[in-house]
Design a protein around this ligand. Structure first.
Ligand SMILES: Nc1ncnc2c1ncn2[C@@H]1O[C@H](COP(=O)(O)OP(=O)(O)OP(=O)(O)O)[C@@H](O)[C@H]1O
Length: 357
């Protein structure tokens, strides 16, 4: 599953909302990934596009060989029936209330025209067993607990052996213990069947149940938490969760909010390339310099004006980079900014009285 620079713009009452603003996400076959983010960050928009129910405005979205932006109506129907399975937050969207658990799973097979007769009945039983609700096969949704309903919903989503399982807030209406059990059931399915799984949720505790959690902020992937297990010095298993910022193809990344707040980073920052890391410093002095600076001929050229917006101090030369604890020099280092300064200096020399030259 691959999303590259995915954009979704909604127009409502003449106002445009950019729900996805160039989102990048790659999920490998068989992987289980959680996507978390605040309300309005674009999670459901992403899932609706991946499920084939909506189309992105621009970018690339490819799932199991299907190009979701260009596929036609027939391919879309086949994609929804055979390639992806969905689990939604509300039971009413997952299950028909007047059918039993087994009938709900069988209905999904009927709609897609997969398996018949005894083969269908045995697959239905197998899936309900896998989700630990085998004994409840003849109960209707109203006779099941919230957690049991979601387990049956997962069985329905898996009815046609999809390559990809998509879940939108599958635990949104469950208490903590039941949520954990349902997420573990999804993990079991992922491991057992090798189905690529993407779970979208508000619930930050989801990262306890998946190896990779991707955070969306303002319609873009911002950070990822990777969990791994290693042996500590006593030979005991130790679970580690490490947070990474996501870097896109052209080098953009989002700094975490708390980093920005704690160093009052805004508008622009200074960067320096060190031997094994990149330093980032507040660009405040640059702002003060820019405010104090006036072109001596009183006519700022467009280039000079532009230079004020350039990321001052953006070094790419490791030999001139300062130590990690000290910010790089405030001198403008972009070619544009340097040219603007040279022109300003030339102008001041030309304008100066003869004796000062
Ligand atoms: N059909 C639509 N028309 C107009 N704006 C929309 C539409 N759907 C979503 N949006 C807007 O797009 C943005 C992202 O919405 P989305 O539902 O994807 O966020 P979310 O992260 O899933 O939020 P929540 O967790 O609250 O469901 C929001 O600003 C939302 O108001």
């Amino acid at each position: 599953m691959l999303c590259t620079d995915l954009v979704r713009i909604f127009s409502a009452d003449g106002v445009e909302v950019q729900a996805l603003q160039g989102l990048n996400l790659r999920v490998d076959p068989g992987e289980m990934v959680a996507v978390v983010g605040a309300s309005g960050s674009g999670k459901s928009t992403l899932l609706t596009i991946l499920s084939g129910l909506d189309t992105a405005t621009a970018g690339v979205a490819r799932v199991a060989g299907h190009d979701l932006l260009t596929m036609g109506a027939r391919e879309r129907v086949a994609y929804q029936r055979h390639t992806v399975g969905f689990v939604w937050q509300q039971t009413s969207r997952n299950l028909l209330p007047y059918l039993t658990a087994a009938e709900n799973v069988a209905l999904a097979m009927n709609v897609a025209g997969t398996l018949r007769g005894a083969a269908r009945a045995s697959r239905v039983a197998e899936l309900l067993e896998l989700l630990d609700v085998g004994e409840l096969h003849d109960r209707r949704p109203g006779e099941l607990s919230g957690g049991q309903q979601q387990r049956v919903a997962i069985a329905v989503a898996l009815a046609n052996a999809p390559q990809v399982l998509l879940a939108d807030e599958p635990t949104g209406e469950l208490d903590e213990a039941t949520s954990a059990a349902v997420l573990e059931a999804m993990r079991g399915v992922n491991e057992e069947l090798g189905v690529t799984t993407l779970i979208v949720t508000h619930d930050p505790t989801v990262s306890d149940h998946v190896r990779r959690t991707v955070q969306i902020r303002d319609g873009r992937t911002s950070t990822e938490v990777l969990r791994s297990t290693r042996l500590d010095e006593h030979g005991e298993e130790e679970h580690i969760a490490e947070e990474f910022a996501v870097l896109d193809r052209v080098g953009r990344l989002q700094l975490p909010h708390d980093f920005m707040q704690s160093l009052e980073l805004r508008d622009r920052v200074r960067l320096a390339l060190e031997a094994d890391h990149v330093g980032v410093w507040p660009g405040d002095e640059g702002r003060a310099d820019a405010a104090a600076w006036r072109p001596t001929d009183q006519q700022a050229s467009p280039d000079a004006a532009d230079s004020g917006r350039a990321p001052s101090g953006a070094h790419t030369d490791a030999s001139t980079a300062s130590s990690p604890t000290s910010p790089p020099p405030a001198a403008p280092t972009t070619r544009r900014a340097r040219r603007a300064e040279e022109r300003a200096a030339e102008a001041s020399v030309t304008d100066a009285p003869e004796e000062e030259r």
